[in-house]
Write a protein that binds this ligand. Structure first.
Ligand SMILES: Cc1ncc(COP(=O)(O)O)c(C=O)c1O
Length: 364
């Protein structure tokens, strides 16, 4: 049996007619950049995330860059974040001129450890960027109270966490702003790159809106130097359709995760920890074991695709060498990168496939 880590073809099969009709309408109108579908998805996502505003941009990376820029982060500013995330989080901080300051992860949730944040705050600290890794929200209450005490804005990296909740509140509504990715493999993915900034702050909304379109409100008049980071109408149309299925898909992911948790109990393997009051959206279902290498090899040999997110924490990446870190600086992140691996959890997995995955892991 062959089971990929994600099978988007299965999802597309069920939506093909609906999507093609909507795309065809846009092609008939030849209205590709921004447009009605973009305005609609902005309205829909702001309602879904429970925020006042949403601005479509052309990737999750740009959502982070534009939000940091709108928060005024610039050269020399320190921004606290986790070294155990996709590179884009830290790239965004660097690209606006900021200095990433890492805080190690909590070994249970794999998210930034709030207990270690305050020690890293200096007079140069200008923001905190927690990441809701794999679809589990970071512990936002202590992060928010530290941020409030030090008057720092919090930008949530929600790239992997649309639809996740923390104590009843949606990811993206917990900080000053949230950055969402619609990369095709995300729980809500479009047919290319796409992203969104969500916020309750009017000034930030206005600034990001200007930034995404060359600093312009009126064609050929430019208030600030901006970017070309517009979400296009075709991507927005796909997202408007897919959004109506998102909660059902997340529930199926949760069901699959519960199946794996139950059936792997008793194995010497750590299943994801979900604290009370969180909704994990299981963008990834990540297992942890000292024998990760052996298990992954056996899975691959058995036709089951498995990935390690992420094999090298960011403080040890060549591109961030100038930050001067060395092995041992963030031990929990380093340990996790050697012991963790994701298995397929997508909504369309069949019972037979899930049984096969469990049986294959149990063999090791
Ligand atoms: C945690 C995290 N942040 C940011 C991004 C960047 O999103 P995009 O690929 O849409 O630019 C990703 C994408 O994988 C991500 O996982």
């Amino acid at each position: 049996m062959k089971i990929p880590i994600l099978d988007l073809k299965k999802q597309y099969k069920g939506l093909k007619k609906e999507i093609e009709a909507r795309i065809s309408k846009i092609c008939d109108n030849q209205s590709f950049v921004l447009g009605e579908e973009v305005s609609l998805i902005e309205k829909n996502i702001s309602e879904y995330c429970n925020t006042q505003y949403a601005i479509g941009v052309n990737s999750g990376t740009d959502a982070l860059i534009l939000a940091l820029n709108a928060m005024g982060i610039c050269k020399g500013d320190e921004v606290i974040t986790t070294p155990f995330t996709f590179v884009a989080t830290v790239e965004a901080i660097s690209l606006v001129g900021g200095k990433p300051v890492f805080v190690d992860i909590d070994p249970k949730t794999y998210n930034i450890d709030p207990g270690l944040v305050e020690a890293k705050i200096t007079e140069k600290t200008k923001a905190i960027v927690p990441v809701h890794l794999y679809g589990l929200c970071a512990d936002m209450d202590p992060i928010s109270s530290i941020a409030k005490k030090h008057k720092l804005p919090v930008l949530e990296d929600c790239a992997q966490a649309i639809g996740s909740t923390y104590k009843g509140k949606k990811a993206g509504s917990l900080g000053v702003a949230g950055a969402i990715s619609f990369y095709p493999g995300k729980n809500l993915g479009c047919f290319g790159d796409g992203g969104m900034v969500v916020t309750n702050e009017e000034a930030l909304y206005k600034k990001v809106k200007l930034l995404r379109n060359h600093g312009s409100e009126k064609s050929y008049y430019h208030k600030i130097v901006g970017y070309n980071s517009r979400l296009d109408n075709l991507q927005a149309a796909v997202l408007n359709i897919k959004l109506t299925y998102l909660d059902k898909w997340i529930d199926q992911r949760i069901e699959n995760a519960a199946f794996f948790n139950k059936n792997l109990a008793g194995c010497s393997i750590t299943t994801p920890h979900v604290p009370e009051g969180y909704r994990h959206s299981y963008h990834q279902y990540v297992l942890r074991s000292k024998d990760a290498g052996k298990i992954v090899k056996h899975l691959l040999d058995s036709g089951i695709e498995s990935r390690t997110y992420y094999p090298l924490p960011l403080h040890l990446q060549e591109c961030f060498k100038s930050l001067g870190h060395k092995p041992g600086d963030f031990p929990e992140s380093e340990k996790l990168s050697k012991e963790s691996f994701a298995i397929p959890v997508y909504p369309e997995l069949t019972k037979e496939e899930k049984d096969y995955i469990v049986a294959t892991i149990k063999k090791v």
